[in-house]
Design a protein around this ligand. Structure first.
Ligand SMILES: NC(=O)c1ccc[n+]([C@@H]2O[C@H](COP(=O)([O-])OP(=O)(O)OC[C@H]3O[C@@H](n4cnc5c(N)ncnc54)[C@H](O)[C@@H]3O)[C@@H](O)[C@H]2O)c1
Length: 258
């Protein structure tokens, strides 16, 4: 099965840290015109300079805050103007994470802590879907892929209540949108990664386990290794491809095993 994205216009949010960057790089290497969305301007430059676009692919940095609905609408309209079909072909929402937070007892979690995580993970997915679906409907096809987490399917290793809730909410949103958008040829799916130290927040979590805890985590993993961004990108590329035309509303755990 050879997956290619020549001529496809693709948005990847959260394209600075490990997973989003890995997805953006993989798609550009397979011919996509990737529009890399993130709030971190310097990090986006690095996402572009470390990419190896091939087969006609490209990668363009777009500084945008996905929690701002108007900014997302405007950025999506600019992307649509570059697309031969006038639509975004694939929208991948990887922006998310724990926003630098540490686990706290529920009574110590402030409403601001709670909201910050919901804003990027859940509101961001909503804003991206809301902005890209009109074009996808006009084109009669489209793909939306949300990076949720194993934390949305069980108890989060982060211990952060808002994070586990947000990841479960993303899975609910995916199921609901799949049902609504199927008649328009649009599929909506989710990839649920297992733990991987791909950004400062997750490196801190990994270091907190110490050598024994790290060894135990790997030994509990069927494949006996940590995941890499490429493992997540491979699953995203399947959902984004023509091979997944009759797969929608699904969440695929990509965790190295049960
Ligand atoms: N690394 C893991 O262990 C793991 C496991 C399961 C799921 N995930 C999920 O995978 C996704 C990517 O995680 P990651 O490991 O690459 O690191 P991460 O969670 O730190 O990445 C978040 C990315 O989103 C960007 N971002 C944050 N707020 C934003 C905003 N308001 N607007 C635009 N961009 C914003 C950040 O700059 C960063 O590039 C996240 O949704 C995360 O929750 C990660």
């Amino acid at each position: 099965m050879e997956i290619e994205f020549q001529g496809r216009t693709i948005i990847v949010t959260g394209a600075v840290r490990g997973i989003g960057r890995g997805i953006a790089h993989a798609l550009a290497a397979r011919g996509a015109a990737v529009h890399a969305f993130d709030v971190l301007a310097d990090g986006l430059e690095e996402t572009v300079s470390t990419a190896s676009p091939a087969r006609g692919g490209s990668i363009r940095p777009v500084v945008v805050d996905v929690t701002d609905p108007d900014a997302v609408q405007a950025a999506v309209a600019e992307v649509e103007a570059t697309s031969s079909s006038g639509a975004v072909d694939v929208a991948v929402h990887s922006a998310g994470g724990v926003r630098g937070q540490h686990p706290k007892a529920i009574e110590e979690v402030t409403p601001e802590d709670w909201r910050a995580i919901q804003a990027v993970n859940v509101d961001g997915a909503f804003h991206l879907a809301r902005a890209t679906t009109p074009g996808m409907k006009r084109a009669g096809r489209g793909r939306i892929v949300v990076i949720s987490s194993r934390a949305g399917l069980g108890v989060s290793l982060t211990g952060i209540q808002s994070y586990g809730t947000a990841k479960a909410a993303q899975i609910g949103l995916v199921r609901q949108l799949a049902h609504e958008l199927g008649p328009y040829g649009i599929t909506v799916n989710s990839v649920a990664p297992g733990f991987m130290p791909t950004s400062p927040d997750y490196v801190r979590q990994w270091e907190s386990y110490g050598p024994e805890g790290q060894k135990a985590l790997i030994e509990r993993t069927a494949m006996r290794r940590l995941g890499q961004p490429e493992d997540i990108a491979n699953a995203v590329m399947f959902f984004a491809s023509d091979f997944a035309g009759w797969v929608t509303g699904q969440t695929l755990p990509v965790t190295g095993g049960p």
